[in-house]
Design a protein around this ligand. Structure first.
Ligand code: BGP
Length: 466
């Protein structure tokens, strides 16, 4: 088979991402309890093998070594999240923590000195528990506390950061907390979830307004997990089911955060079923309208496939989006069996085209994409290196479609993998490993995988032969 060299645009951002809760470890700076630590105290059995975020990659002590590993694996950019609980150790409010500021400034200076652009994210599922106690994202007090935290970060780190992000996957905590029971405080209540979603969007807009006051050259945006939605068939009932699923899961955050308005059809549907948030004002709506993303991160893992609902729902049960559709698994599709996600590389192209065609071709990049695999020791060679050819193929297959999207006019500036070093993954803890670098949890030893070597070549060559 004849291979072709796929070359990416000049200055393409090659990198990866992770988050504070998943990688930093506790350290000595002082830190408020997060919802993850709280939930673990209450229900440790909910976490894979009973492992909490106390057992991490210990990045807080090893960041200098880690920055060298970023270089060795070809990173010219990297996404960190700044821990709200570390920055404001007194319950997420009050005075900022000088030790936390010193840690992040040291880390960021180290990254910049090594030619690694900093993509700083302000929220990656890690609400200070005390703020959750007063309602979390359902509370305006929490919105203001978040804006104070964000503003502090802009002031303290604005000279070092390349681009800013208000949230990672804001839909995640809403789904997990209010609809599907995988995120503290595990309520099932759509209407409260709608309020929390609305205030999340408001917090995003207010943080952008605060950012604009500084006049930095950097941009600010958000990071959304987006799955292109496909109906099982072209039957009108399947097509309608797909349209509704798309409204709930894709347009719900994308529209207000990028366009500044909520999708009319979604609003009409929530009104019809009496699920609108109770607390919203005209002033909030104009804040949202006037403060939209300047850049967009796209997390892509899997497509969403749906079909018309065939089995009756219990109308006296709680209102849920899947009153209107059923999830569908397409027979014969390649799956990541460890995570239960379909591997569909063309979806990355479809997603980028959607952003080009419907969102003004806003500057964007792939902010997460990756493959979690269990028991990767199986693939260790005699020298002890993980020979993860499946991950290299996964990356190449997705990049080939990303390359095509760029050829087709999409304004895509980079690709970040999930993730850099194997890290803790919420309720899955260390079940699935995603890293370019393997972690020995007992010794904290890091070892570059074959995919890490591939990633270095990819970045050095700004492309690959496919
Ligand atoms: C994304 C999250 C990441 C990461 C990744 C892998 O949704 O932003 O934090 O965890 O998914 O998923 P998981 O760890 O659940 O396998």
């Amino acid at each position: 088979m004849i291979k072709q060299q796929l070359t990416f645009p000049k200055d393409f951002w090659w990198g990866s991402a992770w988050s504070a809760e998943q990688a930093e470890g506790f350290g000595e700076t002082g830190k408020a309890e997060t919802v993850w630590e709280r939930w673990y105290k209450e229900q440790p059995y909910r976490f894979y093998q009973g492992v909490s975020s106390a057992i991490t990659t210990d990045h807080i002590h090893r960041y200098k070594e880690d920055v060298q590993l970023m270089k060795q694996t070809g990173h010219n950019s990297f996404r960190v999240s700044i821990s709200w609980a570390r920055m404001f150790p007194n319950d997420g409010i009050g005075e900022a923590n000088p030790k936390a500021i010193a840690f992040y400034r040291d880390l960021f200076q180290e990254m910049n000195a090594n030619g690694i652009k900093i993509f700083a994210n302000l929220y990656h599922f890690d609400m200070p528990a005390a703020l959750q106690d007063i309602g979390g994202w359902e509370s305006r007090v929490v919105v203001d506390a978040y804006v104070h935290f964000a503003d502090t970060c802009f002031r303290e780190f604005g000279d070092l950061v390349f681009h800013w992000f208000t949230f990672n996957e804001p839909l995640g905590p809403i789904l997990g907390s209010y609809l599907e029971d995988f995120h503290y405080p595990n309520l099932i209540d759509f209407k409260r979830g709608a309020q929390a979603a609305f205030f999340t969007v408001l917090a995003h807009a207010k943080a952008i307004a605060a950012f604009k006051q500084y006049g930095y050259a950097s941009k600010i945006g958000t990071i959304l997990n987006l799955s292109p939605t496909f109906p099982r068939s072209q039957h009108p009932a399947d097509v309608e089911a797909a349209e509704i699923a798309d409204l709930f899961y894709t347009r719900s955050f994308l529209d207000p955060m990028v366009k500044g308005t909520f999708p009319e059809k979604l609003v009409a549907l929530l009104k019809e079923y009496d699920q609108m948030p109770e607390d919203y004002t005209l002033e909030d709506l104009s804040e949202i309208k006037n403060n939209t993303c300047q850049i967009l991160g796209l997390n892509y893992y899997e497509p969403r496939r749906v079909k018309a609902r065939l089995t009756a729902i219990n109308p006296s049960g709680p209102f849920l989006p899947d009153w209107f559709f059923e999830h569908h698994t397409m027979p014969g599709r390649r799956m990541n069996e460890y995570r239960g996600w379909e591997i569909y590389e063309k979806g990355i192209h479809d997603l980028c085209m959607d952003i080009k065609e419907n969102y003004g071709n806003i500057e964007a990049f792939i902010s997460e994409n990756g493959m979690g695999v269990a028991d990767e020791e199986r693939f260790m060679d005699e020298a002890g290196q993980v020979n993860d050819t499946y991950r290299i193929e996964y990356i190449q297959d997705h990049l080939a479609y990303l390359w095509k999207a760029i050829k087709d006019g999409c304004n895509i500036k980079g690709y970040h993998l999930w993730t850099f070093i194997d890290c803790w993954s919420w309720i899955n803890a260390y079940k699935n490993r995603y890293g370019l670098v393997a972690l020995d949890l007992e010794t904290q030893e890091r070892r570059i995988k074959k995919s890490g070597e591939f990633y270095k070549q990819l970045s050095d060559n700004n492309g690959f032969s496919y």
